[in-house]
Design a protein around this ligand. Sequence first.
Ligand SMILES: Nc1ncnc2c1ncn2[C@@H]1O[C@H](COP(=O)(O)OP(=O)(O)OP(=O)(O)O)[C@@H](O)[C@H]1O
Ligand SMILES: [Mg+2]
Length: 588
Amino acid sequence: MSLAIVRWIAGPVLHAVKQGPFSLRESVRVGPQALLGEVVRIRDEEIVVQVYEDTAGLRPGTEVRGDGLPLSIRVGPGLLGRIFDGLLRPLSGTGSDHVQPGMRSGSAVRLQFEPRIAAGALLAPGAVIGSATGAEGRSQLCLTPPDVGGVVESVVAPGEFADDAVVCVVCQGDGRRRELALSHVWPVRVPRPVLRRLPAQTPLVTGQRILDCLFPVALGGKAAIPGGFGTGKTVLLEALAKGCNADVIVYLGCGERGNEMAGVLDEFPTLTDPRSGRPLMERTVIIANTSNMPVAAREASIYCAITVAEYFRDQGLHVALMADSTSRWAEALREVSGRFGELPGEGGYPAYLSSRLADFYERAARVETLAGSIGSVTVMGAISPPSGDFSEPVTSHTKRYVKAFWALDVKRAQARFYPAIHPLQSYAEDAGEFAPWWAAQGNGQWLALRRRFLTLLDEQAQLERMARIIGKDALPARQQLTLLCAELVNEAFLRQSAFSEIDRVCSPARQAAMMRLLGRFIDLAETALAAGVDPERIAGLACLRALQRMGEEVADDRLPLIAEFEARVGREFAQLAPTLEASDAAHG
Ligand SMILES: Nc1ncnc2c1ncn2[C@@H]1O[C@H](COP(=O)(O)OP(=O)(O)OP(=O)(O)O)[C@@H](O)[C@H]1O
Ligand SMILES: [Mg+2]
């Protein structure tokens, strides 16, 4: 183990004189408390170390010892249901409320292990060794680490084991023996290997109508949520964590205020998973790195989080990673870079901001795992651009790597229109791929309806500008109707409260039914207009008010009610213009 002696210290950065060889990105232990750090630069005689823990009290002359490994974390079946700091050290379930200096990552829990292999078997990298069951009864696969393979020499009998206890010994091709535990250590900056990456095929169902229907993200895709102060980033990420159809949720609170994180920590353990009726926390890992924790650790925390997500993906699971917020992560990068004396680039961020963002987002994918199953990691990252300016570096660089862009709008948030996603500034590049999936959910018209809604919203923006100048009443009847229909789409479909018992998650079946019903209303309104009905009279229809409350009134398990709404819409239009009765009958 190589040694270096600290020469000078500046906050989270220290310079030490080498007494032996170190490698770049090697993890190190500093001083008697064994504080965790990483070698970020090597000069002739000196190494520069980024320290992930509080360096107060360190002095020149302190020893720095190399671990011989890149910065790594211990991943294993004990992670689910737990809360960790940015370096994956447990914050819950250890009997202590505090992370002690120099603590190692990992979960330190005991699990029931059931082997599925016998001595003499050939183990490929990523192959199943057995299953592990935690105290809550959830069973998970234990896999061979991606960098190990060989013939099984011995394996334990079923029983209870600590997650780092040896359960199996493998003799590798090169003759070396490797001891395998339920958990293993993996370097956080190295993507875990897969057999192959697969193209986007199905969307991640988020339960948010505006996202699923207008701006869907692929299972294994990446989405950015930029939004100014208080526009609803955290509430949206939490709603996604509670309502999306991923198997495992990794929630990363990165540099956010402690009270925001406290909300998540208090609330999550009380939530029930709508799919299984079991506590939601059982399939969640929370990584909390609040703004008062050491700044360098924040830089590492996003790689820890994505490594954890990849670990579960390798078991053939679909994982959703929510990161709140990547701007705070970028600020940490900027602060540490400043301490290194690096030349600042755009916005004061280091020149490698963009490539670091790419390293993170590129790890999101739908893949065929080494064991041959299909798994995915979908990444959703919040961005907090200063003054809500989307041209700043973090937002503009992130845009290059994500396929879905969910722009939160200050005006919508001020009007308390939630989720405040702006339908014209947001986009989803993969949307075209998902029409077959929606057709299978009973919405063959999805792509056409989506285009129609977006066109209406776009026309609305232009007409409102004109209406402000000449007055709404001066607009031609056709344009007044456009405004009416766009308003309906906004109020009845896009508005969705994260705090409503019935509406906070909307099933694809309900979304499809609501979308079709609104499409039907717009059809009838246009036919009525062509038959000479004044838009004022359409605006006066009682069913219009009812439609606007539909989301709050029709629960996922009461979809037949939507057919009643549809019948009512047909009746009221028939009263407006009797000729419509015939077309309605034809439709019915
Ligand atoms: N989907 C929603 N449904 C209902 N209310 C919402 C929704 N989104 C946001 N809000 C309201 O807006 C407030 C601010 O939201 P939130 O804390 O998520 O903003 P933020 O963008 O994370 O803020 P910050 O920039 O401080 O991190 C919430 O307390 C809530 O009252
Ligand atoms: Mg927030």
